[in-house]
Every structure is written in C-alpha cells, then in structure tokens.
Design a protein around this ligand. Structure first.
Ligand code: CUA
Length: 361
C-alpha cells in the first residue's frame, strides 16, 4: 500500500514538473542573446495552427497511452501469475491460432487509426486550403544554401534571416527555394513547410501578440531549416520577429534607409563595398540599381539584424570581421568567396555595414 502511494506521488510530481517546464517555455518571449541554446518548443505554440496540431497530438497521446496500459498491464499480470513455479515441470498448454483474437487485434488498431486520421486530415486540409486574406501581409520566403530570404512585395522590402511581422495580423507566406530542397520551420508559429524550387507552398497564419515592450525590438522566435540541404544545413537558421503595429511600421520605414556615412571609416567602407555589389544590394545605394538577381542576401538594415551568417553568430563587429576574413570558416561550402580583404578594409567595411537607422542592438 505504502509503495503504491509512493508511485502515485512520484507520478504526480513528475507531471507537475513537466507542466511547469512547458509553462516556462510558453512564457518565454525572448530576445536571442547568441548561441544555439534557445528553446524551439513545438508544444507551446502561439498560433491557431500550432493549437490545432497540439489537439491532434493530444488525441494521439491519449490513444497511445490507453493502448500502452491495455498491453502492459495484462502482460505484467501474466508474467507474474503464470511464472514458472519451483518443482512444477508441466509444460504450458500449447495453442495454435485463435480466430477471435486475431480478428480483434487487426480491427481495433484499424479503428484507432481512423480516430487519429480523421482529425489529422481535417487539420491538414483546414490549413492547407486557407485562402490568402486580402488584408494579409504577403511575404515570399526563399530558401538558399544556406540562408533564408524574406521578400515583402507590397512593402518593397527584401531582407534575410529575420521575418519581421506585426502582431495579431494575418500573414500569407509563399515558400520556395532558389536551389535544393529546404524546409521552413518556426516551431512556435506552426509546422514544417517544404521549400522546393519551382514550386510554391503557401502558408496562412495569424501572427501572435507582441509580448515584450517594443523598445526591445520585438519578440524573437527561433527557426531552423529542417530539410537536409548540404554541408551547412545545420547553420541555416531564421527567426520570426513579432512587433507591435507601431514597431512594425517603424521597421518598415527604416528598413530601406541607406547606411549613414559619417566617419572616415564608414566612407572607406562604402568604397570597399563596391567590390560586393555583384552579389549584394543595399537599398538607397547604387548597388540596388544593378539589374538581375543577386546571389547573396540583401544587406539593407544589416546593422539591425541580431545575427549574421545564417544565424550562426551574433551580429557584432568582431564576428562580422571573422566572417569577412574567411566566410568558409563560419559556414563551410558557402558561395561567398574569401575576398582577401586587408584588416583595415575589413574594419572599414564593418563600420559601414553595421550602420542602420533601425538599430536596436
Ligand atoms: Cu536548408 Cu537545410
């Protein structure tokens, strides 16, 4: 009896700690502070889509738990009840086949699978077939080896790594790839979506409410490419950044402002950047008027981004210099060549690129 009470208390304590842990994740709108150790909790989602996924998850968990008990309890009982007894050498009764049992253990799982499949299909079709709302913010999401591009056709903005959104607003994402298969995933926003060249996977969701005061520059939700896409797949990260409506407007207004060129170092950096413009553009500078698709990320407002190199390093002067000295060192296989820049050139380029009118770091 005492043992049973102990086991029950243990189970209750374990469940309580698991619930507290899940709640901690749920209450964690955070500003990424470098490193890879930020939680990407899929069970503590913030959109209707994640809630729907969790509903199917719950149904599945309950059914699986019932099956587990229905199998494990009789098994334990049988092992105990029919164990070999000392001095009893009688062989157990031999059986071959039992039509009723075989029928039951075929039909019951089939019925249970229907119970799981129907809500799963319902939710897949509900979210797959969502038409774009007229008031939705449209974003084209393009996976590249190994970084994410976000284009806002109605706002004239092209950026990388950070998907900025106003809070509580319908969002229409058109997801594709410029090269191999990638997959877009911000666990707190919803399920994984494949990014396939020549194909557009649409995703409609409503952005969550902003939680941190806007002065912190929005709430950051970590994402990660979840389709093995080459050498640096693990280094292909992205974030969803949720702003208040005013905060988002400020971001939009500031995003395409060219970097300020005030100091001698920034002026020199502007000169050095002329060597980058075949692959990179900065709005409001001559680099933006070169026709054709750029292979590298658009660097407008680069200074305001929290991370660089596909989200692998915090966007600091030091890390940008490390990147410029040898991009392959941070992201093996990246298309950006080592430009053999001198240290003064790197310092100047860093001073120029890290300027941004929307600077929150
Ligand atoms: Cu892109 Cu993995």
């Amino acid at each position: 009896m005492r043992r049973k009470t102990g086991i029950t208390l243990g189970a209750v304590a374990w469940l309580a700690s698991a619930a507290a842990w899940a709640k901690k994740f749920d209450e964690m709108p955070y500003k990424i502070d470098g490193g890879f150790d930020v939680p990407m909790s899929t069970i503590a989602g913030l959109t209707e889509w994640t809630r729907d996924i969790n509903y199917v998850y719950l149904i599945t968990t309950v059914i699986v738990a019932v099956i587990f008990l229905a199998v494990a309890l009789p098994l334990i009982y049988t092992l105990y009840k029919f164990r070999a007894k000392e001095g009893d050498d009688t062989p157990p009764k031999q059986l071959h086949g039992n039509v009723i049992l075989e029928f039951l253990w075929t039909v019951i799982p089939a019925v249970l699978l229907i119970f799981i499949a129907v809500p799963t299909w319902k939710i897949i079709f509900k979210h797959d077939g969502l038409p774009a709302r007229a008031d939705a913010i449209k974003v084209h999401v393009v996976g590249h080896q190994w970084w994410w591009e976000f284009q806002y056709p109605d706002l004239g903005i092209t950026t990388a790594y950070e998907l900025h959104l106003p809070e509580n607003t319908p969002v229409d994402l058109s997801i594709t790839s410029a090269d191999v298969y990638h997959a877009f995933w911000i666990p707190k926003f919803g399920g994984k979506t494949s990014a396939i060249q020549g194909n557009i996977n649409r995703l409609s969701l409503t952005s969550p409410l902003a939680r941190l005061p806007e002065v912190a520059g929005g709430d950051y939700y970590q994402g990660q490419c979840v389709e093995l896409c080459g050498t640096s797949h693990a280094l292909m990260r992205h974030v969803g950044v949720v702003h208040t409506k005013e905060g988002f407007e400020r971001w939009v207004k500031a995003h395409n402002q060219p970097p300020k060129v005030e100091t001698a170092s920034q002026r020199e950096g502007e000169q050095v950047f002329a060597r980058c413009i075949a692959c990179h553009a900065i709005e409001g500078t001559p680099s933006a008027s070169i026709p054709g698709d750029k292979i590298g990320p658009n660097l407008s407002s680069f200074g305001s981004r929290s991370h660089l190199a596909g989200g692998t390093r915090k966007n600091t002067e030091e890390n940008l210099a490390i990147w410029l000295r040898n991009p392959q060192g941070l992201k093996p296989g990246v298309l950006m060549p080592n430009l053999a820049l001198t240290e003064p050139e790197i310092a100047a380029l860093t001073a120029y690129l890290r300027q941004s009118t929307y600077k929150t770091y």
